[in-house]
Structure formats: C-alpha cells, structure tokens
Ligand binder design. Structure first.
Ligand code: CP
Length: 289
C-alpha cells in the first residue's frame, strides 16, 4: 500500500480503505511494537482532544515516541514569523512523520509539498479531516456491517464542517449510498461537495424536515455549529436549530446508529443514562475506533 502523505480523503481507493479496516481489526487484538525508534511530531495550531491524543496514544501503543509543541499557534516559532514551509522542513529533520492541525485550508498540503517525511492532515480549517472520515466509515462498517446501500443523514453545520466534507468524499466511492443534508440555509453543504457527489452518481437531497430525515436514516451524523468559524452574530442565529432530544429518538429506526465526530455541545440533549444504554448511540464507540 503506497501512500505518502494523507491530506484529502479522496486519495484513498476502495482497496486501501478495506486494507486499513482489516489492519484496524488486527490491531484491536493487540499489537507488537512495529514503530520502535520512530518519532511522531504532533503540530496543532487549533485545539483538539480526540485527534491529537488518539494519534499520540496510537504512536505510543505501536512502540514509537511523540514530540510536540503545546499550541503551535502560540508557542512555535510561527509567532516569530517563521513560514509553515520552513517549520515543516525543520520538523522533518527531527521526526519520521508529522500530524498537523491548522486553521487554514490547504495548510497540510503546503507542508506535504516540502516535507521529507509523511504528513497527516488532522484538520485544515474548513477544508478536510480525512483521518476522521476514515474512522467514521470504519464505524459505519462495524455498526451496520456494510458501507454500501444505506442512507446517511448529516445534520448541523455542513458548510464549515470538515468531517462531513471528508466523509462525503469517501462515500462517493461506494454503491447505493443515499445522503440527506439537514442544515440551516446559511450553513448548507458547499457546491464542490455536491458536484463531487453528482460526478460519482451519489444520490443526495437537502431537507429542512429534521423528523423525516431522522426516520429515513440508517446513519445519523450529527455535527456541532462551529462558532469559531462563523461571522459575529451568526452562531446565535443557528445554535438552536436541529437539536437531538429524547422525543426525536423515538423517530430513529431500531437498527440505525447516531454518530458525531465530537465535541458535542448543544445539538445533542439526551439524558446521560440514555447515552450510556441505547445501542443506537454510537459516538463513543466511534471515538474508540
Ligand atoms: N473529532 C475531532 O476532531 O475532535 P477534536 O477536535 O477534539 O480533535
């Protein structure tokens, strides 16, 4: 499997995706230490809990070591005006692989262009989050037993939501997927994604009827309204749209699963005991994946 840097979800083909699913299944059973003496740099210019810690935990479990800078936006030499390209060329001398999260769309691609070592895009502004998409698809595969012939409803901030964008790119590779987009009009999925889906013959529709979209779905993919990417005042207008409450859960099919890339804030309002016990709530299993 030849893949240098991983910048965009569409880089993966179906064979590579299933290769990685099989590898993940194998790793679940326990791991040797294949990355002994290898060093991972995590370079995060934006906050993160899951992505950064899961990459770091993975590297440690695989026998490698992690170096990092606390909040690269504030504590790396970017503050002194160093270019991203120069920072990358330096870090590539110290480590064997770089995982980057950046506030600018296209930043990871810029880094990959000059890096001697592989770069993994852990989120670039409102661009993409391809490793999240891979674990999302893996979760769908584990929960439904397939990644073809199912309906997925995406809910929330579909304009700035990079996880939705990346997952759409992966879904375009599989047959019989139907996508329902539910968002406030101001946060609708962008044209480039719609064009990609059309080109790949993926059936999709944009709906405003939350109840109907919930009832039709095999997978419900909730997302957070991303205040940090919005214009002043925009968040207040949209924050109360499309909240998943107990009364909505009754509409969700028994076999369906609810995913969320997390963090979740106001868009899911379910009692803790329901989140703990209802098998349809899959977002903490998703985190584990
Ligand atoms: N899903 C995700 O990217 O979470 P973090 O922002 O906590 O990394």
């Amino acid at each position: 499997m030849k893949l240098h840097s991983f910048i965009e979800a569409q880089q993966l083909d179906v064979a590579q995706i299933f290769f990685l699913f099989a590898k993940a299944e194998e790793l679940r059973k326990g791991v040797e230490k294949p990355l002994k003496n290898k060093i991972l740099t995590t370079l995060f210019y934006e906050p993160s809990t899951r992505t950064r810690l899961s990459f770091e935990a993975a590297m440690l479990r695989l026998g490698g070591t992690v170096i990092s800078t606390e909040n690269a936006k504030e504590f790396s030499s970017a503050v002194k005006g160093e270019s991203l390209e120069d920072t990358t060329r330096v870090i590539a001398k110290y480590s064997d692989i770089i995982v980057v999260r950046h506030f600018e769309e296209g930043a990871a691609k810029k880094m990959a262009f000059v890096s001697d070592v592989p770069v993994i895009n852990a989120g670039d502004g409102a661009g993409q989050h391809p490793s999240q998409a891979l674990l999302d698809l893996y979760t769908i595969w584990r929960e439904l037993g397939r990644v073809e012939h199912f309906t997925i409803t995406f809910v929330g901030d579909l304009k700035y939501g990079r996880t939705v964008r990346s997952l759409c790119y992966l879904l375009g590779k599989f047959h019989g997927v139907k996508i329902i987009f539910v968002s406030p009009a101001s946060l609708a999925v962008k044209e480039d994604i719609k064009e990609y889906l059309e080109k790949h013959h993926v059936s999709f529709e944009e709906q405003t009827d939350f109840s109907k979209a919930l009832a039709q779905a095999d997978i419900i993919y909730m997302t957070r309204m991303q205040k940090e990417r919005m214009h002043e005042g925009e968040y207040e207008l949209v924050k109360s749209n499309y909240i998943l409450r107990l009364e909505n859960l009754f509409l969700v099919q028994k076999h369906a699963r609810i995913l969320h890339p997390l963090p979740k804030i106001e868009e899911i309002e379910l009692p803790l005991e329901v989140e703990q016990s209802d098998p349809r709530i899959a977002y903490f299993r998703q985190v584990e994946n």
